[in-house]
Ligand binder design. Sequence first.
Ligand SMILES: [Fe+2]
Length: 248
Amino acid sequence: MRQSRSAVLTAEKKPVRMKLLILTDFHYYGEGKRGSISSRRGDLVPSLLDQIRTRETDCDAVAVLGDLINDGTVPDARENLHVLRERMDFNVPLIAIPGNHDSDPARFAEVFGEPKAFCVNGVRLIPFVDSYDADDVCTRDFRIMAQELAAIRPGEIAVTLQHNTILPEIRETYPYTPVRFREIHAAYRDAGVKLSLSGHFHPGIDPFIEDGVTYACIPALCESPFRYAVADITEDGINVELRTVCLP
Ligand SMILES: [Fe+2]
């Protein structure tokens, strides 16, 4: 039986859809160690990751948004990164970007792999590794950003990943938002980016839409109530759901 051309096209078209697990801000100090900020329970993170791994078995990819270790300058920083990497074997593509606390992007990439854009089920994940000065002021490389955004293909849903929040501007003395953040937003808007995911601001910020871009800041896993997120990304819309892990 012959199929009409429209039927063939319909059959070939794959649905654009991704279920994305998002984890951020572990602030791991090393096994059993806690730092001076009592609210940061990095010591619990390995067992929290074990719970998440058991629970989240149907995601298409995992995004990890930085500050995995609390102090990238200590001698056991690399070992601490390895401890975390071993707890994140989700059997799906994993993309991790360093935050300001991870200190050394090259060392981070040796453990987690070089963060590179990739596409799953028509959803393109675009990581940005931003730079930090001694005061944690965050700077984006606009040349690299332009290249990455230009690579978005028609029909793809583009999702950017970065440690710092882009919008809204967080007006505190600590530099939560990067310099030139409004220009970053304009570039996302003009490129048709649909979702921008960040961590860094530990309480998190509920998703909101600005000029067609959904911005979501995911809460820190290391702070009560120990949250992470699952984003359902489809052509029909984006839903970012926060989930809580029980204390071990
Ligand atoms: Fe941070």
